[in-house]
Design a binder for this molecule. Sequence first.
Ligand code: BES
Ligand code: MN
Ligand code: ZN
Length: 498
Amino acid sequence: MDIKIKRGSVSDEKSDAAVFMLFEGERPKGALAGIDGILGGVISRSIASGEFTGKRDETALFHNPGKTGPARIIIAGMGKRDKFTPDSLMRAAGAAAALAGKTGLKEISAHSDPPEAMSAHRFASLIAQGMLLALYNFDRFKKTESDKKRVKSLTLLASDRAMEAALKKGAVEGRIIADSVNFAKDMINAPANEMTPSVMASRAKAAAKDVGLKLKVLEADDCKKLGMGAFLGVAMGSKQPPKFIVMEYQGGKPVDRRQGPYVIIGKGITFDSGGISIKPSEGMEKMKYDMAGAGAVIAAIRCAAALKLPVNLVAIAPCTENMPGGAALKPGDMVRAMNDKTIEIISTDAEGRLVLADALCYASRYKPRAVIDIATLTGACVIALGDFAIGLMGNDRGLIDEVVKAGDTANERAWELPMWDEYLDAMKGDVTDLKNVGGRKAATVTAGKFLQEFVDYPWVHLDIAGTAWEEKGRPYCPRGATAIGVRLIVEFLKRKSA
Ligand code: BES
Ligand code: MN
Ligand code: ZN
């Protein structure tokens, strides 16, 4: 979908549909009141009769019987005005775009009237994000007609020159963010026989080329020299060669360069069979998304560079399959991580913490200002927090608060879990420094405590096991990969740039 910005009035603009957002319980005002008049009052009548209430996710479509202006009007509810958040606008825009798409409309326009003192820049960015994310569709393996039903363009109408400029900039930002999220979704939704560690590396390479990033891909031999026994241990059961992907973006001012970069690390298990501790077969097909963390960090650094954020950033994605091949790790085996800590393998299915352990050690060489890791790490996180909250743990109060705030703003919300010392006891080994499973109790927290043993900098860990995949489909998040974390990380970095 192209996005165009124009000066003018939405009621004069020829399009297949003009989109308006309306708060719950409010009547048409301004431009919408004008349109309502042209339509003979059908909009206000449908509100008066209670057919359209303006609740969240509600939409309605009216035909314009006149000869000029938009052929149709779509109104989308934003919920109550006093509960308005940026997410309300994204949702309404997404719902309107989805309706336009389903109806087969090609060209839509929207009246630009930022609600609640929001800037025109932010308004355009959120509308673009909501619509582009809602229209995402992973259909490249289907012989479908859906291409014919694609919305081709959105025209945002500005009332004056200053607004036009602000809308333009906002729309560019929104497109970059949505494209990055959709880039991550394409990786995460792809089947594991396609999205191998090698293909992850080539996607990272393409992204690096697109936006001008440094890229290093460490091969198994390189990792061996670095002493990454935990990461390589997981890779041993698979025929696919592991890839340890490192991407670097230098957007910071010289003064920042002395402070060390932000580092983001994503778990990149391109398929998690469980290894020798094999998973039950029911639902195992979903374990292709066990690289959602890696997909998110590759997309996030792409986005940061495309937005030219003034920060220094490194993205690390340790990528491998977890398979039960003849050379696979076995329960009772011991591995040694890059920081020389030894780990007894209790379950080969607790592989995420092993690949992250070496990635966390590797991050240390950057003397990072802060590190955020993101991983589909524990089934227990799904039980504890369900589908709506990322499990968050960390070692730095200020950083934790910043990440939580960024998540709230992006509506990728994170909930903090305790990290008291007592929880580490479960992870202590009998004959090794650590073991990779600490039992059923607080398994999300004990996994976090395990990771902390590989960290010597301000750090936050995000467990996205419950939030990386959407089963039903939500307004601007169709079924499948959510690419959660991309917008949270970008929001976090944007705040660092301000
Ligand atoms: N990738 C899984 C966690 C997972 C579960 C992600 C469900 C998404 C949905 C992870 O590697 C895993 O298998 N964790 C085990 C750890 C256990 C053996 C300590 C788990 O949580 O059951
Ligand atoms: Mn596993
Ligand atoms: Zn896993």
